[in-house]
Design a protein around this ligand. Structure first.
Ligand code: SF4
Ligand code: SF4
Length: 196
């Protein structure tokens, strides 16, 4: 039996309908979830997640907005699409995870999840990609640890030094060729998302 999208109070959408409407790329078919659990069984991040994707979708159907948006599950999704390939209902699970991340940031609930630092980490990553066209591991780790775990820097220093000596990590960021083209694409994406 598929999930029940819930009763619609007059003039208002259920939480499930909100999630569906906020997910780009067409109907993600969330209401077709059979609760079979194949997604959770396929997920490499499952052990770290507060809830499996199946549980999260049942919570969405039950209108448990706060619990869903405080869950660390979407933040541990690494977008491998393994669940999407195996889902018998072809539900756009990964896209829904992105939607839940956006909603958690917009409504501030991410701060109450065990992955509260994740948006900051991804913003730092995006910042490097926008300015250099690629990630810069040393800068990413340094900025993140200085802001959130300054003492952790000491523990990481030895490993970082080894990676530098072995040439596995760059000392300074390098720009890709034709960065202007990538920046134009990112700008267009922002415009399409209505962020600029
Ligand atoms: S695999 Fe698909 S149908 Fe099964 S629980 Fe996950 S989302 Fe629902
Ligand atoms: S896309 Fe996300 S939820 Fe799906 S299997 Fe990969 S990590 Fe898990």
């Amino acid at each position: 039996m598929a999930l029940d999208p819930g009763i619609v109070p007059e003039g208002r959408r259920t939480f499930m309908q909100e999630v569906i409407a906020a997910t780009p790329g067409g109907d993600p078919h969330l209401e077709l979830c059979l609760q079979c659990g194949t997604c959770g069984g396929s997920c490499p991040s499952g052990p770290d997640m507060d809830h499996t994707p199946r549980q999260l979708f049942a919570m969405i159907a039950a209108g448990m907005r706060e619990d869903v948006l405080k869950s660390n599950t979407p933040w541990f999704c690494v977008s491998c699409y393994y669940c999407v390939v195996r889902c018998p209902q072809e539900i756009h699970i990964t896209d829904i995870m992105y939607t839940l991340k956006r909603m958690a940031i917009e409504e501030g609930y991410y701060r109450e999840s065990s992955a509260a630092e994740a948006p900051d980490f991804s913003e730092t990553f995006i910042d490097f990609v926008e300015h250099y066209g690629r990630s810069f591991e040393l800068g990413l780790a340094t900025r993140y640890h200085l802001k959130h775990h300054p003492l952790g820097m000491l523990k990481m220093a030895g490993m970082g030094l080894n990676m530098l000596i072995k040439g596995r990590m760059d000392l300074k960021p390098t720009r890709i060729e034709h960065l202007d083209q990538l920046q134009a694409i990112l700008q267009k994406a922002k415009e399409l998302e209505g962020k600029d």
